[in-house]
Write a protein that binds this ligand. Structure first.
Ligand code: PLP
Length: 381
């Protein structure tokens, strides 16, 4: 079946006991045994819940995978994946990763005795040179935050596998609608389901998706024993979000493309970063490894920090906040929000100038979004 059909039906058969068409919200932490040693597949809410199973089954299907595991947040999912490593192992990460991942590695993973280094993942050869004999896991994110740069998943997976390392891809920006890293050779896909998968900015969650049964069991052990599981209502909300993922992603992309093109010709704009534009340095790679370009873009303003502040303080339809992937359009300021922890020189080195704004383009009417940006952008610089 095709993606949009699986989003609505995978894991969501009518409830066997009542015939309820929509997956019920099983608000229970305990499940009664039939007799000692015999259950109906569930015993305790930390170990599993039918609403969670429905969500995991649907997400696995959307990634074209065998298994998905839901977590209480994207960070809990990343933490569970990194717990595959033991002291003395090496973790190689792309330089361009979500700030929270960087913080987790620096403040929790490294003090636990795991080696961690970062390298530029935009060139697979250069990135693979940073693999060491004890590298067990390679962590990449594509497209990246905020400049929507790409990493070549297939090339990196090939190189990492010849060196004995697993490859994990944070697929939050692209979603399974536009990119399936496992089909390109990766071993683990991670999602902050808080973003597009939930899609309505009303629930926090995360997930890991894998094909290998042994890997699934190791990750499930962490979920079951460490316990960073989502509650049934979080799973129910996110599953409801998944039903409309295909429709929403098409609209996010349509609006983002229109806005990216409009911004490219605006006199106050130095540069637009969007993988769907021919001016994007990795447009060819985007066409090869993604089936669409998503709803995230960044814009570099000619007037630097002052121009950025004008836009941020003038928008009326775009919401000024830090997250992304909801139906509403969101504008954020990497220099003082997601990337505030980076020293200015390091931030500039990564191309994130004081004039860079990040847009998570929602699914409002394109005309209203463009006129909002039009009234907010400086007239001339
Ligand atoms: N990965 C990416 C790309 C993100 O943008 C985020 C959150 O913004 C995370 C991971 C962490 O997810 P969560 O906030 O659900 O813990």
């Amino acid at each position: 079946m095709e993606f949009a059909t699986r989003a609505i039906h995978a894991g969501q058969e009518p409830d066997p006991t009542t015939g309820a068409t929509v997956t019920p919200l099983y608000l229970t932490s305990v499940f009664t045994y039939d007799e000692i040693g015999k259950t109906k597949g569930y015993d305790y809410g930390r170990h599993g819940n039918p609403t969670r199973t429905a969500f995991e089954t649907c997400l696995a299907s959307l990634e074209g995978a065998n298994h998905a595991l839901a977590f209480s947040s994207g960070m809990a999912a990343i933490d569970a994946a990194i717990r595959l490593l033991k002291p003395g192992d090496h973790l190689l990460l792309a330089e361009d990763i979500y700030g929270g991942t960087f913080r987790l590695v620096e403040e929790i993973t490294r003090p636990a005795g795991i080696e961690a280094t970062y390298a530029d993942a935009s060139d697979p050869g250069v990135f693979a040179d940073a693999i060491r004999p004890n590298t067990r896991l390679v962590w990449i994110e594509t497209p990246t935050n905020p400049l929507v740069r790409l990493a070549d998943i297939a090339a990196i997976s090939d190189l990492a596998h010849t060196r004995g390392a697993l490859v994990a891809v944070d697929n939050t920006f692209a979603t399974p609608y536009f990119q399936n890293p496992l089909a390109l050779g990766a071993d683990i896909v991670m999602h902050s389901t808080t973003k597009y998968l939930g899609g309505h900015s009303d629930v926090v969650g995360g997930a890991l998706v894998v094909n290998d049964g042994g890997l699934r069991d190791r990750l499930y052990l962490t979920s079951r024993v460490a316990g960073a599981i989502p509650g049934p209502f979080d799973c129910w909300l996110t599953l409801r979000g998944l039903k409309t993922l295909a429709v929403r992603m098409r609209e996010h992309e349509r609006n983002a493309t229109a806005i990216a093109k409009w911004l490219e010709s605006h006199p106050a704009v130095e540069r637009v970063h969007y993988p769907g534009l021919e001016s994007h340095p990795q447009h060819t790679l985007a066409k090869r490894q993604m089936s669409g370009f998503g709803g995230m873009l960044a814009v570099d303003l000619r007037g630097g920090g002052e121009a950025a502040a004008k836009v941020l303080n003038s928008v009326k339809v775009f919401t000024l906040t830090g997250s992304l992937g909801g139906v509403e359009s969101i504008i954020s300021y990497p220099a003082q929000m997601s990337h505030i922890a980076l020293a200015a020189e390091e931030r500039y080195r990564r191309g994130i100038s004081d004039g860079v704004l990040r847009l998570s383009v929602g699914i409002e009417d394109e005309k209203d979004l463009i006129s909002d940006l039009d009234q907010a952008l400086p007239v001339a610089v």
